[in-house]
Design a protein around this ligand. Structure first.
Ligand code: FES
Length: 191
């Protein structure tokens, strides 16, 4: 009889992890252990663990952080990258303190996203996917952020800014440039 694969009996796979992996404090290890204990199958904890490793590695998943996740979850490096590159909440490259993720999906597109993107980018002197030379601002275009009724919108850290106009964008960027912007819901290297 062929083998049945179930959540408690996942597809067997070889977890090949390179020698060097990220190292975390006992407190972070304990936090990770608490999440792992919630799931009967270790790999199910992939997202909460990714958030922790992203926070601890300066706001993005670097190769050592990815190797750590593969090791702790008993999965392949490619399994980690598959998930990390799917979700826009996970960064796979360094981003600035002010990471502006502009929704480019239909409602936002119709309601003025191109104008907002053009305005943000020309003001910062970068294109989507780039970070300013001083490393402070990153602009990304992302898929629907679930705030279609208040389009156009972008996410800054974990804060949503909705019904955007170029004036609102200027007001937000002014505060960021003066380092007076207060994150209501935190940044990815803080949570
Ligand atoms: S289309 Fe932009 S939030 Fe949904």
């Amino acid at each position: 009889m062929s083998q049945q694969f179930t959540p408690n009996n996942p597809l067997p796979q070889e977890a090949k992890v390179p020698g060097e992996i990220a190292v975390f404090s006992p407190e972070v290890e304990a936090e990770i252990d608490r999440h792992l204990a919630k799931y009967p199958v270790k790999r199910s904890a992939i997202l909460p663990l990714m958030f922790i490793v992203q926070r601890e590695r300066g706001g993005y998943l670097d190769p050592l952080g990815v190797a750590y996740l593969a090791d702790r979850l008993g999965v392949r490096i490619t399994d980690i990258w598959e998930v990390a590159t799917f979700y826009s909440m996970i960064n796979t490259e360094p981003v600035g303190k002010y990471h502006i993720q502009i929704c480019k999906t239909l409602s936002c597109k119709i309601m003025g996203e191109p104008k907002i993107t053009e305005h943000v980018c020309s003001r910062l002197g970068i294109r989507p996917g780039e970070t300013t030379p001083d490393g402070r601002f990153t602009v990304s275009l992302v898929e629907c952020l679930g705030s279609c009724g208040t389009a156009p919108m972008f996410q800054l850290g974990f804060d949503y800014h909705e019904n955007l106009t170029t004036e609102k964008v200027d007001e937000i960027l002014d505060r960021c440039e003066r380092d007076e912007y207060v994150f209501q819901h935190g940044r990815k290297d803080e949570l």
